[in-house]
Write a protein that binds this ligand. Structure first.
Ligand code: ZN
Length: 448
């Protein structure tokens, strides 16, 4: 309140030459910036600062307010031989000299650090140490990898977002340092090898991704929010600040209308990268995009979220095809040859999941198929007591009762209204989904 009284005092016409009032003719633009009890005076000449400060000192003495000279800083830049150089102004408060910021030092105003090169070195140091220490803390917690990712999103990113907002750091620096640091931890938590892509992790949930955003994406979002706040401000001076700074790197942030649009655009690039640049690592995810119903993504995520850590990590690596198949092991120089130990054919992910002749002959695929079938049949019987479930496994009536022994389907369900539903279960490799579906449709039509 006392500060406000002072501001009202120096805003009057009587003191317009002091520079607080923007309407005065000599000292434009504003020379006095005030936020609560923090004030900054900026002037073109050193003596102008002293005039403003003298008025302030006199007022403080009258109001019996103490001005702590040890808490004040002065910072000066002068042009000599067409070169800007830092110099050390001599400004006094009650005959006490205000300490000038030295050549290699910064001063802090409202959380933002300023130094002569304007290189944001303190903000960079803070971001590096804070990100690293929080990541290490999360790393040490005995948690499921999905919770570690959640802590990254909901604890780490908000913790550093203030510095990402106020400091205009180069985005490339953030990508090369902070993104890399976080990516290394994501790999450790999800057991993804160094050459495995993290693009799938960074996709939205509708694309079967994990909805994670990079620090560099968060930084762009923060900058867009800041630029929008300046643009939409009710204060004319703040609006002018927006238009005066709509150049250089701010052009890229002003191109986004909302912060939400940032992640959307960046994810579009990830999708393009997966579709056009990745081959073996994009095999599964592209098939899922092509063949899965859009509405199933939500159910898929709720199922994946319930998985124990080891299977959760397995699914992530399955999605980007970075499981240690012998083909991958040879690529990573961890194995001599890529031949399946059972059948001596090339061991790819597809080979293990559905194409190994020995695994087929030994009944491994049948066991997996019947396990899923049993789960389905048991679940349907438990939720719909009015259904009669026929399944081609022990414990259930056999579908052959209805369809005959040839080409009997996996699951037949009849209801009280004499409707019959035929379900054929297929657990093939993702790239064969559409082909299998077509084949099974033919089988069902044949059996009916
Ligand atoms: Zn094999």
């Amino acid at each position: 309140m006392v500060m406000n009284t002072f501001i009202q005092y120096i805003k009057t016409d009587q003191f317009c030459q002091l520079g607080f009032n923007a309407g005065q003719p000599f000292l434009t633009p504003k020379h006095w910036f005030q936020f609560a009890d923090d004030a900054v005076i900026t002037t073109g000449e050193e003596y102008e600062t002293q005039i403003l400060l003298n008025a302030f000192t006199m007022w403080c003495n009258w109001a019996k307010m103490t001005l702590r000279v040890d808490k004040c800083k002065s910072f000066g830049i002068i042009k000599r031989n067409s070169l800007s150089k830092q110099y050390f102004p001599k400004i006094y408060v009650n005959h006490g000299l205000i300490t000038a910021v030295k050549g290699n030092e910064s001063f802090c105003y409202l959380g933002r650090f300023y130094n002569f090169p304007m290189d944001n070195v303190e903000h960079k140091q803070f971001l590096l140490s804070e990100t690293s220490s929080i990541l290490e803390k999360i790393d040490r917690l005995p948690l499921h990898s999905k919770f570690k990712l959640e802590l990254y999103m909901k604890y780490l990113l908000p913790k550093i977002s203030w510095h990402l907002t106020i400091a205009d750091i180069d985005r490339t620096w953030i990508k090369q340092t902070l993104d890399t640091m976080c990516h290394n931890k994501f790999r450790t938590w999800l057991e993804i090898p160094p050459n495995g892509t993290l693009d799938i992790l960074l996709l939205g949930k509708s694309k079967f991704g994990f909805d994670i955003i990079d620090v560099s994406t968060k930084f762009t979002e923060c900058q867009v929010i800041l630029r929008n706040k300046l643009k939409d401000s009710s204060c004319l001076d703040t609006q002018n600040l927006f238009y005066a700074s709509s150049s250089n790197c701010n052009v890229q942030y002003d191109g986004f209308s909302t912060a939400k649009q940032v992640a959307k655009e960046i994810r579009k690039d990830k999708i393009f990268n997966i579709e056009s640049k990745l081959t073996s690592q994009s095999l599964i995810i592209k098939s899922i995009w092509r063949d899965a119903f859009q509405g199933t993504a939500k159910d898929w995520h709720s199922a994946v979220d319930k998985l124990p850590k080891n299977i959760y990590n397995f699914v992530t690596r399955y999605l980007n095809n970075t499981l240690p198949t012998l083909t991958n092991m040879v690529l990573w120089k961890k194995a001599q040859n890529n031949l399946c130990h059972f059948c001596l054919n090339v061991q790819t992910l597809q080979h293990i999941a559905s194409s190994c002749k020995t695994s087929l002959d030994e009944g491994r695929y049948t066991w997996r198929h019947n396990s899923v079938l049993k789960h389905l049949a048991t679940y349907i019987s438990s939720v719909r007591r009015d259904f009669h479930v026929y399944a081609d496994i022990s414990g259930f009536d056999n579908p052959s009762v209805i369809t005959g022994c040839n080409d009997r389907p996996d699951l037949v369900i009849s209801d009280n209204n004499q409707n019959i539903y035929v379900i054929e279960l297929t657990i093939g490799f993702e790239t064969n989904m559409a082909k299998k579906l077509f084949k099974e449709k033919g089988t069902i039509q044949g059996s009916l």
